[in-house]
Design a protein around this ligand. Structure first.
Ligand code: KG4
Ligand code: ZN
Length: 351
């Protein structure tokens, strides 16, 4: 088992972790949410600036925490970094630092795919090795975040087949946009979840379920977003405010039902009954409940990241993947040609 220092600067979290196998020894993140909030979404140039400002400090703090477990640079055998997908100019900051550290400290450099990280977040453990969870391949893999809505067959370690993707917005992005239309600020997913819960997730308006009749396993949220927009246009500001819980909840139900439909289809087509789910939206209790119910119906199993911080972007999940890369000796040989790949698919490798 290798001790690895990992960096993720793919979006709006500057995150650094020290991991040992699947165990997360230390994890530090600096969230830029407050910085982007007033713009109603992520501003790439601001993200880059903030990553540059904070990353040195975040690395130091992560090492300081690891030192409490007696771990220092002498014990660390590699530096891992997210190379994509993500915001190009944000990814660059992490890559630059990872190269610098690997050179200075004479460590191996490992370039990790961020989406693999989201899937493996379900297998991350705390420093005591909890939860134990052993993998039982094959699984369906579902990534639901601000940038991605992807369905894959997770065949075995580090092997995936993409079977469905969003044709337009990611589900987190759709929730964020709906929240913005309701004047709820950024990020919208957690606020929508709270408002919906207050009225027991009632689905008053029954907005159209995207891709319901479509046989493919792809997702689409732009139609739902448009019908939501048109619906809101017919309401006065006062009506909108009075109905805000019902609007939020109905939107959330439509979005999640369409995800459930595709998961159900995929279970059937591929004769599977286990699924791992990662990404920011996997923190949502309503989505978790729906997926658990579905899994129960087919005597299957659904596995979520065991701790909340593992749902959103984080470097700990990158460390968990990097350990598997290390075992296969998938190292970056020529540091100078390693670059960010902002639109990388889950099966894109960089070494
Ligand atoms: O995984 P993540 O931190 O970043 C990306 O890789 O995109 O996901 C961020 C997304 C945002 O769209 C945010 O609204 C959504 O995850 N999100 C949630 C919840 N917490 C975060 N969506 C629904 N319910 C939540 N509790
Ligand atoms: Zn992500």
């Amino acid at each position: 088992m290798q001790t690895i220092l990992s960096i993720d600067t793919s979006c709006d979290e500057t995150s650094v972790a020290v991991t040992k196998g699947r165990k997360v020894i230390s994890h530090i993140e600096y969230s830029q949410i407050l910085l982007h909030k007033k713009w109603g979404g992520i501003v790439p140039s601001l993200a880059r600036w903030a990553h540059k400002e904070k990353i040195g400090m975040v690395i130091e703090e992560s090492l300081r925490r690891a030192a409490r477990y007696g771990i220092g640079w002498d014990d660390i055998s590699a530096v891992a970094v997210t190379c994509g997908p993500g915001l190009a100019i944000a990814l660059e900051v992490g890559i630059e630092w990872a190269k610098k550290l690997a050179r200075e400290k004479r460590k191996k450099l490992i370039a990790v795919n961020h989406l693999e990280g989201h899937l493996y977040s379900v297998f991350a453990q705390n420093s005591q090795g909890k939860p134990e969870r052993e993998s039982k391949f094959p699984y369906l893999g579902l990534i639901v975040s601000g940038g991605h809505t992807e369905l894959v067959i997770f065949k075995k370690d580090l092997e995936y087949e993409i079977i469905g993707s969003t044709l337009d917005d990611a589900v987190g992005e759709a929730l964020d946009k709906a929240a913005k239309m309701l004047g709820l600020g950024y990020p919208g997913g957690p606020v929508i979840e709270r408002l919906a819960k207050e009225i027991n997730n009632l689905d008053l308006y029954k907005f159209p379920r995207p891709m319901w009749k479509n046989q493919s396993l792809n997702f689409s949220f732009s139609g739902l977003k448009t019908s939501f927009l048109y619906f809101l246009r017919n309401l006065s500001e006062k009506e909108k405010m009075n109905k805000i819980n019902y609007l939020a909840s109905s939107f959330q139900e439509a979005a999640f039902d369409s995800i459930l439909k595709k998961v159900k289809q995929a279970f059937k087509i591929y004769s599977l009954n286990r699924i791992v789910v990662g990404g920011g939206v996997s923190a949502n209790m309503r989505l978790r409940l729906k997926l658990r119910k579905l899994a129960r119906e087919i005597s299957g199993e659904v596995i979520f990241p065991p701790y909340k911080y593992l749902c959103q972007d984080n470097a700990a999940m990158i460390g968990v993947v990097a350990d598997l890369y290390y075992r296969r000796r998938w190292f970056v040989k020529d540091f100078s040609i390693l670059e960010r790949v902002p639109r990388a698919k889950i099966d894109k490798r960089y070494y």
